[in-house]
Design a protein around this ligand. Structure first.
Ligand SMILES: [Zn+2]
Ligand SMILES: [Zn+2]
Length: 131
């Protein structure tokens, strides 16, 4: 006959009920694993691992920050010149940095002033940029 298995109130693992013993420290019936101190040892090890893992990311974070900044400045470069010339015309195309809507922009009349789609201001464009 199989012994009845019950969950340990300390570690949650199931163990045969007749192997539970009263632990002086936990002050309750615990499974053989807990009673032998293996659960506590395992927890301490996990705790140590958590601490060492915590130490590591400090260095990683700095690198992540750096990479983040790099990609952010790269992204800004793209955003700085949302204009592209339409070949054969004096007009330019503007890609809205907010909604990515592409529309025609007249660099001489400086119109439209806002994105026709999301109404955000169109960044200023100097005709010099196009020459
Ligand atoms: Zn246990
Ligand atoms: Zn827009």
């Amino acid at each position: 006959m199989n012994p009845i298995k019950v969950p340990c109130r300390e570690c949650g693992m199931e163990a045969p009920a007749d192997q539970f013993k009263l632990h002086y420290k936990y002050k309750k019936m615990v499974c053989p694993t807990c009673f032998s101190g293996r659960t506590e040892a395992k927890r301490q090890k996990e705790q140590e691992e958590k601490v060492t893992k915590k130490d590591k990311p400090a260095g990683w974070d700095a690198e992540d920050d750096y990479l983040e900044k790099m990609s952010r400045s790269r992204r800004q470069e793209v955003e700085v010149s949302p204009f592209s010339r339409i070949p054969g015309t004096h007009q330019v195309q503007c890609k809205c940095v907010h909604c990515k809507f592409t529309f025609k922009y007249d660099p001489f009349k400086k119109t439209p002033r806002t994105c026709p789609y999301c109404n955000q201001d169109v960044p200023r464009l100097t005709t010099f940029n196009l020459l």
